[in-house]
Ligand binder design. Sequence first.
Ligand SMILES: [Zn+2]
Length: 494
Amino acid sequence: MQQANASPEELREYAERSNQEKLSISLRMLDRYMAYTPRKGDRQDPRPTQSPGGLPRSNRSLRSDDENAIVEVLDQITLFVVTGRPGEVVSAVFTDFSQAQVRLSANGVPSSAQRQHTEAFFTLLRATRRENVVENRVRLRKMIYTFCAQTIKVRMWKIWKSLYGDRDTMKELEQAIENLEKEDETPVSESVVPGYQNLGLVYSNINISDLLPSQLVRQMVGDLYTQAGKWKEVNNIIVPDDDEIQRTCLLAHILGVSRVMISQHISIRKLVSRLMKLGRFWHGILSLMDWAIQCHEERKSIQYSWIPEGTQSHKRMRAFKLGTRPEVVVEYLANSRSPNVPLNDIDWKVLKAIFHGWNSGELVHPVLHCEVAIIMAYLDHDKQKMPRIITCNKRSCFTCQKWIDLFNQIRRTRWSTLGSHMKYYMQWQFPGTVVANPIFDEVDEALLKLVEDEAFNYLVRGKITQDLPAMQSDDDASLPSGSPKTDIAFSIAP
Ligand SMILES: [Zn+2]
């Protein structure tokens, strides 16, 4: 018997909803699907699994060395102008080929504290010279450690989780150090522990150059383990003072890049990615100072501006309710594809479990994502003089990534971001709802089809027919508001 779930009115109502509404609903369903844990007895689900080690999909291999240098600076800038509160995302591009002028774009509108901090941050960079680099580095450090304390806290928490929440990590590290001991013959060198000379800041009473690599790594691992043990108090991470954070971030950076950490083991790979993320608060400050000095010496003036500068993008779209049941959408998708999928072939029991607690009254507040806002700002620019690489304080979402791919195909442009964590956010806003333009209409239309296909593949056909990207979970500090994981970002499981 054909199972009837949706009434004809419900189906008609759904069919008549706007593209933005359809997109948001499909994204919400996909998001729920990814959050669902199959129960015993459920039919084996064909959904994508998390990528090994939780490593982000990166576009690094597609970039030239010059482009990597651009990325390094921009990436740091975006990290340092966000506080890490949920939903806060900032993107950046260089607007000129001299790489001294930066354009920033925020999801929504930058807060006044963020504008203030950004102004102070760039003022300091602009005033940095070889003669004052030491004191400016201290000033920049204090500024960033204060403004970005929340991000630092989340990153420390992830490291704590690796060291104390995953039994394998220390076991695997011990094994790796023992392997290193076997080949230890000469004192520590740059090839085994790059940047080890900087550790003087952490180990002022040890002569590091006399140590064997395994001895140094054992010392670093032990110290990090002991330090991390002191970070956690009840369900919170206590961020230490300025000097201590500096030592922690430095240790994280050096350990993260040391040879002993090159491993196929998932626990170690996770730890490395977490160490490197915290390490950027040490290493990134240095690279920004270098960039600032270089700009000054090449007589380039460091400038920045926010996109949008006051017009269209402030026009927020009105919120709307999901206003439908997922069963209706499933049936709509099943009917609208050719060949139709017989409704009684669909595993409704599993779908019910996936959408348990679905709230049709849930409000969607569409927000234009910052990467897309940058591309929109360059729509009429000469393609030859356009920037290409957009960095972001976190990886792009599924929808941004796909929209940019489609835009590039249709416009023959080469925009690229640093990769995607492939998450689905229902608040993602179509550019065509912000600015009327046939190009956006075309890209938006293609994107809706792609997202509906994705929903169809996972939720209707129940099998994967194309190579779908893996989900990334070990994500950055901030999660967008409305994401079910927002509230648990800090709850520490017993
Ligand atoms: Zn996005």
